[in-house]
Design a protein around this ligand. Structure first.
Ligand code: UN1
Length: 496
C-alpha cells in the first residue's frame, strides 16, 4: 500500500471531500510510488479559503516581529531536516541531492531573511504641505492569498512567496504542483511544527482545476504563481477581471553571451551548470549560448567533450550529474523540439535522444543535447524547451550578440562572459532581462535579491528580496491633522 497523504486545512490534516486521490511516482523509476495525494475539488478549496479568511484578522494583528519568530523557527526546522527533505525531493522530482539540498538551503535563507524584514517593513514619514499635520504611509498585508508553484524548485520557490507573505501578515492557501505533492506536504509539516497558527497557512493538493478555482474564489485577494506563461496568462486574466493583486513568474529563454576575451574555462563550467543542471528544467536555464565566432568552434568542442562526460542517473546516487526529466510528456516535448530543430536546419552536434541503458531503467532520462548553427527565427531559438537542450549561435560582435539575446518574448535571466569592464557594464544596461550575471551562468539567485523577469516572463512583480514585500503589502497612507481646524490640501495654500 502506498503512503496516503492529506490536505492541511485550518490546522487539520484531512482527505479531499471526495476522498479521491492521485499518485506521485519517481521520475528516475516510475514504478517507485511516492504516495497517494488528495485529488481536491472546489469544496476543499472553499474550506481552505474560509479558514484563511477567518485567520486573517488575528494574523494581521500579530506584531510583525512575533510573526518573524515563527519564521525563524521555520528556518531552524528546515535546517534540521535539510538532508531528509532533500532526499525525498530528489526521489519525487529527480534532480540530484546536491541540488535539492541547495533548494532547501534557499528556503532556509528565505526564512531568515523574511524574519529579519519583520523588524523593518519600513513605511515613510514625510512633511505635510500644511502646518500641524503629519503624513506617513504604513505597510499592511494584502489579505488572503493563493500560491501556485511548479515542481522544479519544489521547496525554494514556494517559500519565496509564502515566507514574505506570512511575514507581512497575509494568510494563505498553497497548491503545489501535482508533480511534487510530497515536497509540498513536507514543507507544510515544517510550517505546522514551527507553530504557524491554524488557518494561517493551508495546503490543498491537486491538479490545475484546483488552482483555477482558487484563483477565481471571491474571498481571495491576491495570487502568486510560478509556472508556464500559458497558465500564468490565464491566472493574470482572471485576477484582472476581479481586481486581485497578481504576481506571475513564468518562462525564460535565457542567453549566455561568451565574448572572444572570455575566460573559456570559467565559461565552460558555467554553461554546463546553466544548461544541463536540473536537466535544463529551470526557468533560469541557460538555453541559448551566443558565442563570438573567434572562439565558437573551440568552445563548442570543449562543451561537447565535457557534456559527454556528464553522468546521467538517479539523483539519489553518488556521482550522478544529471537526473531525469519529470515525466513522459516532458520526454515527448523535448524529442519534439529536437525534431523541429533538425527540420529547421540547425546542426545536432550532441545527444538528441532519450537515454537508456545501464542503471537508467524506465526513468525519463534524456541526453545532454547541443545544436549549433541556430538562427534567431528558429523554433529552438524562441520557445522554452525545459530540458537539457542548448541552442548555440555564432556572432561577430557584441552588438549582434545583444540583438540575438534580446530577440525573444521572454526576459528572465541573462549572462555575459567577458574580461572587458566597459562591455560588461554595457551589457548590464543592454540585456532585456530581470537578471544579468557577469562571468556567471544564468542561474544563481540569492534569497535577499529581487528575482523575476520582464516581457512575457512576468507582470512587473518580484519574488525574493524586498521586492517580494512590495507585492505582499498595501500602502496605507495616514494623515494626522493636529491643527484643530479644517485644513484643505490644494485649496489652503495656493498663491492666487
Ligand atoms: C526556477 O527555475 O523557477 O538561481 C527558479 C536560480 C534558481 C531558481 C530558479 N535557484 O536561478
Amino acid at each position: 500500500m502506498a503512503d496516503l497523504f492529506t490536505n492541511y486545512i485550518d490546522g487539520t490534516w484531512q482527505p479531499a471531500a471526495s476522498e479521491q486521490t492521485f499518485t506521485s511516482t519517481s521520475p528516475a523509476d516510475p514504478s517507485d510510488v511516492v504516495g497517494e495525494f488528495p485529488a481536491s475539488g472546489p469544496a476543499d478549496v472553499d474550506r481552505a479559503v474560509e479558514a484563511a479568511r477567518a485567520a486573517f484578522p488575528g494574523w494581521k494583528k500579530t506584531p510583525a516581529p512575533e510573526r518573524g519568530k515563527i519564521l525563524r523557527r521555520i528556518g531552524d526546522l528546515l535546517t534540521e531536516r535539510k538532508s531528509d527533505m532533500a532526499r525525498a525531493m530528489t526521489r519525487e522530482m529527480g534532480k540530484t541531492v546536491e541540488e535539492t539540498k541547495g533548494d532547501v538551503q534557499e528556503a532556509i535563507d528565505t526564512a531568515y531573511y523574511a524574519a529579519s524584514e519583520t523588524r523593518r517593513l519600513f513605511g515613510t514619514t514625510v512633511p505635510s504641505e500644511l502646518p500641524d499635520k503629519m503624513n506617513m504611509d504604513i505597510l499592511q498585508p494584502v489579505g488572503v492569498a493563493g500560491v501556485i508553484t511548479a515542481w522544479n524548485f519544489p521547496v525554494a520557490v514556494p517559500t519565496w512567496k509564502i515566507f514574505p507573505a506570512l511575514a507581512a501578515g497575509n494568510t494563505l492557501v498553497f497548491k503545489p504542483s501535482e508533480e511534487a505533492p510530497h515536497c509540498g506536504a513536507l514543507l507544510t509539516e515544517v510550517l505546522e511544527d514551527a507553530g504557524v497558527p491554524d488557518g494561517v497557512f493551508n495546503l490543498v493538493q491537486g491538479a490545475g482545476k484546483v488552482g483555477a478555482h482558487l484563483t477565481e474564489h471571491p474571498e481571495i485577494d491576491a495570487m502568486a504563481f510560478t509556472g508556464s506563461s500559458e497558465v500564468g496568462a490565464k491566472i493574470g486574466a482572471a485576477c484582472g477581471r476581479d481586481n486581485k493583486k497578481c504576481s506571475l513568474e513564468m518562462g525564460g529563454k535565457n542567453p549566455m553571451i561568451v565574448m572572444e576575451d572570455a575566460d573559456l574555462d570559467l565559461a565552460l563550467e558555467g554553461v554546463l551548470w546553466g544548461a544541463f543542471g536540473t536537466t535544463g528544467q529551470r526557468c533560469t536555464a541557460t538555453s541559448r549560448l551566443i558565442c563570438h565566432e573567434d572562439v565558437h568552434d573551440a568552445f563548442v568542442e570543449q562543451i561537447k567533450d565535457a557534456a559527454t562526460d556528464l553522468v546521467l542517473g538517479d539523483g539519489l546516487e553518488e556521482g550522478v550529474d544529471v537526473g531525469p526529466l519529470i515525466k513522459q510528456a516532458a520526454v515527448d516535448k523535448v524529442e519534439h523540439y529536437v525534431g523541429v530543430g533538425q527540420e529547421e536546419g540547425a546542426d545536432l552536434v550532441l545527444g538528441g535522444s532519450r537515454a537508456s541503458g545501464d542503471g537508467l531503467g524506465d526513468g525519463f532520462f534524456f541526453e545532454p543535447t547541443i545544436f549549433t548553427g541556430v538562427e534567431p527565427d528558429m523554433t529552438i531559438a524562441q520557445e522554452e524547451i525545459f530540458g537539457p537542450v542548448l541552442s548555440v549561435f555564432s556572432v561577430s560582435s557584441y552588438e549582434e550578440a545583444v540583438e540575438i539575446a534580446n530577440d525573444t518574448r521572454y526576459g528572465l535571466s541573462s549572462s555575459i562572459y567577458t574580461q572587458d569592464v566597459s562591455r560588461s557594464f554595457r551589457a548590464m544596461q543592454d540585456l532585456e532581462a530581470g537578471i544579468t550575471y557577469v562571468n556567471g551562468p544564468t542561474i544563481g539567485a540569492e534569497a535577499h535579491m529581487p528575482f523575476g523577469g520582464v516581457k512575457d516572463t512576468g507582470n512587473g512583480h518580484r519574488d525574493g528580496g524586498y521586492g517580494a514585500f512590495e507585492f505582499w503589502t498595501e500602502h496605507k497612507t495616514v494623515y494626522v491633522d493636529f491643527s484643530g481646524r479644517l485644513q484643505k490640501a490644494q485649496m489652503d495654500n495656493v498663491d492666487d
